[in-house]
Ligand binder design. Structure first.
Ligand code: 13P
Ligand code: SF4
Length: 307
């Protein structure tokens, strides 16, 4: 990426000057992911790393809820997000007040919230989960509360997909990911017909019939690991567009067919934005300390489970 070289050099110099680490989600464009990212991965891995990094500054190359999670876990650190508008349709679908009302209506059932939510929503819940540990978290909290019913919000597809894998009754919310909700079973069937040799791998934020038609479903980290372990002749990743580009770099022997939907929020993060964030120490993410403390209990409960 010759045009990017001066920016990449400047970012890497600023990282040393500022004592900063860049946490890059798997949906970052390849120019970010493979050049300036220090820790790359799915939501769970980025949260784990945010909790243990020794750097003074965390730059979140991802969306706002990820930066908030980093701040909740490391309140003494400066957390920067290169573009404050990098939101998420799931996080926007529910408020803390909504969760408070759910708690009042169903006081006997534990509330699990997906990490793709605001700090306030996390503060109202009992435990968080990501797509890589949702089944494990739901099973653990059901056993702890001795209940056959768990509330898993706000992603209705994730909830349905977890319910089908656990046998636990799950109450949910009407949120969805604007990227993954667009894939249909007809898309999968057409891809299967066109590429019968392909391994079709999808994400649990997709509708349940899409998961049933695919060969494997998992978090973005699990998707990447699945390709690495199986080395299929052809891989089709049913997810955000940058994912295949990033996984392809690490699997040169695999042919990638790339049907995909862009996440407009993830795509707000650019190399230039990261450079300016480090140059000007902007945009700092703040979380009300009271909310942060309660939200941290939910995130810590998740991180305490064996991974
Ligand atoms: P994971 O990386 O945890 O699978 O999450 C996917 C996603 O959509 C994050 O915004
Ligand atoms: Fe949110 Fe979906 Fe974008 Fe992830 S891909 S940030 S879940 S809208």
């Amino acid at each position: 990426w010759p045009l990017h070289a001066p920016l990449i050099d400047a970012i890497n110099r600023l990282k040393v000057e500022r004592d900063a680490v860049i946490l890059a989600h798997n949906y970052m464009t390849a120019d970010i992911f493979h050049t300036v990212g220090d820790i790359m991965g799915d939501s769970l891995k980025l949260a784990q790393e945010a909790a243990k990094t020794e750097a003074r500054v965390i730059v979140q190359a991802g969306v706002h809820f990820m930066a908030e999670t980093a701040k909740i876990l490391s309140p003494e650190k400066t957390v920067l997000i290169p573009d404050e508008r990098a939101g998420c349709s799931l996080a926007a679908s529910i408020t803390g007040a909504n969760v408070g009302a759910i708690r009042e209506a169903y006081p006997d059932y534990p509330i699990v919230t997906y990490v793709n939510t605001s700090a306030e929503v996390k503060a109202y819940s009992d435990i968080c989960c990501t797509s890589s540990n949702a089944v494990q978290v739901v099973e653990a909290i059901a056993a702890e509360w001795n209940t056959d019913t768990v509330i898993l919000i706000p992603d209705e597809y994730l909830a349905k997909n977890v319910a089908s894998q656990t046998g636990i009754r799950i109450l949910t919310w009407k949120g969805s990911c604007e990227v993954h909700e667009q894939f249909t079973v007809e898309d999968i069937e057409a891809l299967r017909a066109a590429h019968p040799e392909a391994m079709i791998i999808t994400h649990p934020e997709c509708p349940p019939d899409v998961l049933k038609a695919a060969d494997f479903a998992g978090s973005t980290g699990a998707m990447a690991a699945y390709v690495k372990d199986h080395q299929p002749q052809t891989a089709i990743l049913i997810t955000e567009c940058s994912m295949s580009d990033n996984v392809a770099v690490e699997n040169p022997g695999v042919n990638f067919v790339k049907p995909c939907n862009l996440c407009p929020h993830m795509k707000r993060i650019t190399l230039r934005g990261i450079y300016e964030a480090l140059r000007d120490m902007k945009h700092e993410v703040h979380v009300d300390p009271l909310i942060a403390e309660r939200a941290k209990a939910s995130v810590d409960a998740m991180l305490a489970l064996p991974s």
